[in-house]
Design a protein around this ligand. Structure first.
Ligand SMILES: [Fe+2]
Length: 183
């Protein structure tokens, strides 16, 4: 599945511009982490785009998050190599159980993408001015972008050194800055 096909499917279930932006930014980080780890960049990017496909349809019932997404994806003919990591990315259900690189990196990308976009906002929307140092500093400030779960970001430390992960994530987000409405 290519990025454009995944995005078309996402938009059949999600209308919020900010949620679509979140999915695109999670996907961009996933792609960069896949490249770093020698994994399938296209597959990981697709998982990132589709990971919150159920979010508007579950009406904030987080017990359904991921599980409903799995059903939507399977009904659309999407294979388990994409649909299963999405089902299991709900850390409130499966959070003690991530061992594979794709599942760990989806936790990282889902959380760090929001932290970095928030860093861009305090720089007047200029993501090109966000550095690994900026991100590291804001990581340590729990009240900043408080919804970005630091524990989920820390899961990635078993795979990629933290500073390197920040560099990859921010460079991938810079690549799609126009799509995110950033400079
Ligand atoms: Fe997400």
């Amino acid at each position: 599945m290519e990025k454009s096909g995944a995005l078309t499917l996402l938009k059949q279930h999600v209308t919020s511009t900010s949620l679509i932006g979140h999915c695109l930014s999670t996907a961009a980080v996933m792609k960069g982490l896949a490249k770093e780890l020698g994994e399938d960049e296209n597959l990981w990017e697709t998982i990132g785009i589709l990971h919150d496909i159920d979010y508007e349809e579950i009406h904030e019932d987080m017990n359904k998050h991921g599980l409903a997404g799995y059903d939507i994806l399977r009904a659309a003919g999407i294979e388990d190599n994409i649909a299963l990591p999405i089902k299991r990315h709900n850390h409130m259900i499966f959070g003690t159980d991530y061992t594979t690189p794709v599942e760990i990196c989806l936790q990282v990308a889902d959380s760090v993408s929001g932290l970095i976009v928030a860093c861009a906002y305090i720089k007047g929307g200029k993501i090109t001015e966000v550095t690994a140092k900026t991100i590291a500093k804001k990581y340590k400030s729990p009240s900043f972008a408080a919804g970005c779960d630091r524990n989920r970001i820390a899961l990635g430390d078993s795979l990629i050194p933290r500073e390197r992960m920040y560099e990859i994530a921010v460079s991938e987000l810079i690549e799609i800055k126009e799509e995110l409405g950033l400079n």
